[in-house]
Design a protein around this ligand. Sequence first.
Ligand code: HSE
Length: 428
Amino acid sequence: MQQVGIGFLGAGIVGSALLKRLLEEAEAISAKTGLDLTVRRVAVRSLDKSRDVAIPDTIITDEPMAVVNDPDVQIVVEVMGGLEPAGDLVLSALRAGKAVITANKELMAARGRELIGAAEESGVSLLFEAAVGGGIPIIRPLSESLAGERITSIMGIVNGTTNFILTKMVEDGADFSEALAEAQGLGYAEADPAADVGGGDAAAKAAILASLAFGVWVAGDRVYREGIEALDVRDIGFAADLGYVPKLLAIAEDSEEGVAVRVHPALVPSDHPLAAVRGATNAIFIEGPAIGQLLFTGPGAGGAPTATAVLGDVINAARELAAGTQVTPRIRFNPGRIREFGDVSTKWYLRLEVADQPGVLAAIASTFGAFGVSIKSVWQEGRGDAATLLLITHEACERDLATAADAIRVLEDVKEIGAVLRVQSDEP
Ligand code: HSE
């Protein structure tokens, strides 16, 4: 039986869940894989913190370089999160000839190209299945099974916390902060949940998916992002009446004009498959001319499912070590153009608070028309001084919609534009 030493950088929610598996299910894992995966060292931030798993005194340390430098550690599992010190520790481990498994989307989105280069130079594996989609196998299918497909678009729900919050708000009328607290309690949220709620976590994942799918390096900070903080419960109600559900979508497209990657809330028709994705579940559509459409769905957050993804990578790296062929990653990044966000087109939902006077709708429609934005449908709620207009437009690019909205905002009888939301629908 091949013995492989594993070192941990971090033992938080995912790390503890994986340690538990490796320490408590060692026999079952060996029986299935023919590998003896032995945890040699675990670096934690605080030695005194109570955890779900008992880490033996002989292997716990608060000195992360002790893991990287341990000659008995062949695979380093980085589950500490954040850019630093995780980035430099991963780089040191790769340079020291260790295979690295990381669940760190923030790090891979920021420094993935450099780290993949370092892994290739050292001839070791750098695997990161758990960085996107929690327990859903998506990195390996994208970079291996679909390596020959010319992928044109990816669209999905890649943040479990926000999907959990939105589900609670839509289905139970829950308050935003209560739903967030519940998601934190269930171990879905990031250490700083602003990364979930503000779209940063989903943007990092979208950058990783786009880079792998299109073979063009898209750094996380090139991804346009908007979070769900500004979503008004009134619009959730109006959207439901119009047959839509709000979702935080990650969208990556590759076209003649270049690659466009973005994360923002969007209304999806209630009969769209993504509308049925509830709670912390993630779902990722991939499209290509030969493959058509693929849908990957499953638990997108939480310790146990994410630990399964990390464990799969550990087993894969251990098998490669046993075979003496560390061949991953197999990714080449080519030059490519990132599209200006202003050029990207979508349909739009707008809520306008207006005075109910003759000519108001005509002024709004002609202002939209002047900027090339065509209105598809209009509804009115209320009468008199305080009418609410709901509009759905045909496709219009970000720049045109923003300019039209600025012009409408200053019309005399428009009190405010209460909401502007993108609509992701195939309807004409
Ligand atoms: N905070 C993340 C989420 C965890 O809610 O999806 C998985 O990356």
